[in-house]
Design a protein around this ligand. Sequence first.
Ligand code: G
Ligand code: G
Ligand code: MN
Ligand code: NA
Length: 254
Amino acid sequence: LVIDGALRDAIEANEFYLVYQAITNAHTGKLTKVEALLRWNSPLLGPMPPDRFIPVAEDSGMIIALGTWVLEQACRQVGLWKHSVLDDVTISINVSAWQLADPQFVTLVSQALIRNGLSPHQLELELTERVLIEDAANVQTVLAQLRALGVGISLDDFGTGYSSLSYLTQFHLNTLKIDRAFVMDIEHSERSNSLVHAIIAMGHSLGLQLVAEGVETAGQAAILEKMGCHYLQGYHISRPILPDELLHFADGRA
Ligand code: G
Ligand code: G
Ligand code: MN
Ligand code: NA
């Protein structure tokens, strides 16, 4: 309840900002994508993690305004990176079910791209499996429209959710993000290792790009690269950081 009240004015009061986490090509180490992650510094409540306030924003419907702010802010940032070392970077944004159900969503996406001079392939939307089942028919239509625009669609936290494999062919996805719960144990657990191996093989045969999340060690990175995982994300590469820090990081990796 306290969170709900504090959220109401937080956009206008400029209390939100985005941090960006590098996603590198597993083979070359080149920085190719970044994931935008929302942060809220509430003067009243202190720094609030998204796990706490996103569900509240979803319950109150404020997620639409907040998600629109994230979309615009992230696209603006990529626009600002034009002609820098991050010129052709792809930005990945987390999208909640409510946003996809908003009849304005595709228009908002298209406008954000145009306004900020992004080409559609520079935007990728991250959905969770939960989003796909909530209103499958509508989601399928919206995803088809987004893909027609040229925007990429990722399935986030893959392997933890409802994981019906039929989603992988039913929806217009191009990327699977392997959840960090599996990546974490890949060096020491035969089970996690086999599972990740199977996910990667399946992704390859379906023509999907694969991103491993939560890569924290060089050993994990090496195993994933050897298994044919295309992209790596995690503290081993970089924590989520501010735009200027990312530019600096990218200087060595572009
Ligand atoms: O960045 P962090 O690990 O604290 O994120 C925690 C959770 O919050 C993750 O599941 C992430 O997907 C979600 N999250 C972060 N930023 C956003 C956002 O802009 N929109 C939505 N819907 N979820 C986000
Ligand atoms: O659900 P989603 O994948 O969007 O969540 C991303 C969250 O994972 C972010 O909050 C980010 O801070 C966190 N994260 C990113 N890399 C790592 C990592 O290497 N280890 C751990 N423990 N968390 C990570
Ligand atoms: Mn994500
Ligand atoms: Na994830």
